[in-house]
Design a protein around this ligand. Structure first.
Ligand SMILES: Cc1ncc(COP(=O)(O)O)c(C=O)c1O
Length: 390
């Protein structure tokens, strides 16, 4: 039967990695792949993670199954990091294989609960439409960002959400928007929360970069505001970036409701959907995160490391924006944006030209991973980009 299937194209980002690797030029630059890199181009294991792994190796006594919802202490600690005991809402969590697994379970739950539509901002992480489409949800869009002017289309966003109805879910990025880096201001989050409350929408908040934007607490301001406003909500958390444990596939989905009983109903559904899919999540990454967050010392080390990743990103944004400023009037926006990504106003021909003529790699959308820059490369990258950014 398999030969009756249509072959599927490779994921364009994975294909880009292959192209980059086979480029022989010594001065090639990879701004494509979506992982954090240090100034030597490495994605190191954090010290706090190494130490937690040492402790686990020395003390772990069993590899027996964990609870159906995963590691409960991990879930409690992670929820506290995200929600901070500040919303007065009831949450029930299920540990998942990464943030992607959390989004997939969220999508399954919304489909099972009969959500009318799921609204996605344009643009958004390219995997979002695929994950939500796979569960048969009716996916529609709202405007989020205008690339040529590098600005959030806030009026358009509010207008679209004001036309939505009870039973509609809306996907929001908690911080460090992928692919635009464009941050909503506190006042915009407040307005958004008011519309969500008024229209009785279900927010699905994707939190994949806590601590990469302005800080651990600052990056969840909007998330907490929206949770206080919504009757019911879902929060998908990824530990991949904030703890640098990408391949350990660590995350969680939290169902949020006004009473414990409703949250537990949602959890029981999430657990049964996980059970019939992959049964249980992998343990190691969650055990690492639990070990870090439950130790004062390891938490301190981790927060310092997270601060230094954020400071590096912010420094690179400042330098790139300054280097482009004499020829591109929107250059200050690069500095205003946050997290790893910005979306440059480049078309496909521009992106291919940069790749072929200069060995500068990015996906055809024009998204750049700021962490792929080394300080020493910024002058050259700016000169290469200038003729195309007008
Ligand atoms: C916006 C967003 N959400 C979720 C994820 C999922 O991350 P993971 O499944 O690797 O934890 C990513 C990863 O790139 C992302 O950018």
């Amino acid at each position: 039967m398999f030969d009756t299937l249509a072959s599927q194209p490779n994921d364009p980002l994975l294909a880009l990695i292959g192209l980059y690797n086979s480029d022989k030029r010594a001065d090639k630059i990879d701004l494509g792949v979506g992982v954090y890199r240090d100034d030597q181009g490495r994605t190191p294991v954090l010290k706090a993670v190494k130490e937690a792994e040492k402790q686990l190796l020395a003390t772990q006594e069993s590899k027996s199954y964990v609870a159906p919802e995963g590691d409960r202490q991990f879930l409690d600690l992670l929820w506290h990091l995200v929600e901070g005991g500040q919303t007065g809402r009831f949450a029930a969590g299920v540990q998942t294989p990464g943030g992607s697994g959390a989004l997939r379970l969220a999508s399954d739950l919304l489909a099972r609960a009969g959500a009318r539509r799921l609204l996605l901002g344009v643009p958004t992480w390219p995997n979002h439409p695929g994950i939500f489409g796979a569960t048969g949800l009716n996916v529609e869009t709202y405007p989020f960002f205008d690339v040529p002017t590098q600005s959030i289309r806030f009026a358009g966003m509010i207008k679209a959400l004001s036309g939505a109805q009870k039973g509609d879910a809306v996907l929001l990025h908690a911080s460090c928007h992928n692919p635009t880096g464009a941050p909503l201001s506190a006042a915009q989050w407040d307005d958004l929360a008011a519309v969500i409350a008024e229209r009785k929408l279900i927010p699905l908040i994707d939190s994949a970069y806590q601590g990469f934007g302005e800080g651990i607490e600052e990056d969840v301001y909007g998330l907490r505001k929206v949770l206080r406003a919504a009757d019911e909500a879902l929060v998908a958390v990824s530990c991949s970036k904030s703890f640098g444990i990408y391949r350990e596939r660590t995350g969680a989905i939290f169902a949020v409701a006004g009473d414990a009983r409703t949250a537990e109903i949602a959890r029981s559904n999430l657990v049964t959907m996980a059970r019939t899919s992959y049964s249980m999540p992998p343990d190691h990454g969650a055990a690492v995160v639990r070990t870090i967050l439950s130790s004062e010392e390891l938490r301190r080390v981790w927060m310092e490391e997270l601060d230094s990743m954020r400071n590096r990103l912010n420094g690179l944004r400042r330098e790139l924006s300054a280097a482009l400023a004499d020829s591109w009037q929107l250059a200050p926006q690069i500095d205003e944006q946050e997290g790893m990504f910005s979306l440059l106003p480049l078309d496909q021909a521009d992106v291919l030209k940069l790749r072929e003529e200069h060995g500068l790699y990015m996906p055809t959308s024009g998204r750049i991973n700021i962490a792929g820059l080394k300080s020493a490369d910024i002058g050259r990258v700016a000169e290469i980009l200038k003729p195309l950014l007008r």
